[in-house]
Design a protein around this ligand. Sequence first.
Ligand code: SD4
Length: 299
Amino acid sequence: PANRTLILSTWDFGAPANAAAFAQWKKSGSLLDAVEAGARVPEADPKNHSVGFAGYPDRDGHVTLDAIIMDDRGNVGAVAALEDFAHPISVARRVMEKTPHTFLVGEGAHQFAEAEGFEKVAMPTAEAEKAWRDWLKTAKYKPIVNIENQRGSALDHDTIGMLFCAPDGQLAGACTTSGMAFKLRGRVGDSPQAGSGLFVEAGVGGATATGVGEEVTRIAGSARVVASMRAGMSPQAACREAVLHILKLRGDAVRDAQVGFLAINHRGEIGAFALQPGFTYAVTDLEGRTQVLASESLK
Ligand code: SD4
């Protein structure tokens, strides 16, 4: 159907990202070009404190970025704990295309990005540094329910995960984040880990995650959602199952945490489910029309 979903991404800031992905897809026809272009939008947004150069720093004041890109032919590239570079998603793609590896981290990722001539940018931004200095006064570290929706709040944390399902069922995805605000130095969440923050599989579908990455990583969340779809579940049922599994495993430990999954199958049918209310996502159809919707949630 003409109104089936082409692009699906996390949060309201997914809407302009989807628009950029759609435009790029029209231009080059490449799904990887599309999801990369999409992910670059929040990465470049000076108001976005959970993705890209304006992201909040770690506990020691360093902004460290994580990103992954993949398609359904086994191509995958990722970076984690990358400092100084404006577009980690593009570095991740270069890792995929120019190295025999799938994942570079920290200093090695930095060296690679430098050798490849990627654009550098000063971080943290003045706003992010101020938030960090305010946070240092109490240095409390506890996720807060629905903090994902409170743009600019000191503990703001979430991610853009984007899934693209072409009319012929081909799939690609991207995921990029600055990770949890004021995290321990060296902390990497679910986002850049294939199978946790993102997974796509030919003939089945794709999934991506947002929220407290540790909870997603524990269950290899996106791979789990895709496995459920492979076994015959709808994208919606698959997202719900993963959230229920986290709750069963973690109980009270996730009472205040947010985790949300998005999924799309190879026919362009979608699902979204979160632990807490407030998770929104952006869907774009084959005509390029975008809507922001509210996910179902457990509570
Ligand atoms: C991560 N899922 O790094 C991402 C976003 C986040 O707390 O910071 N969540 O865990």
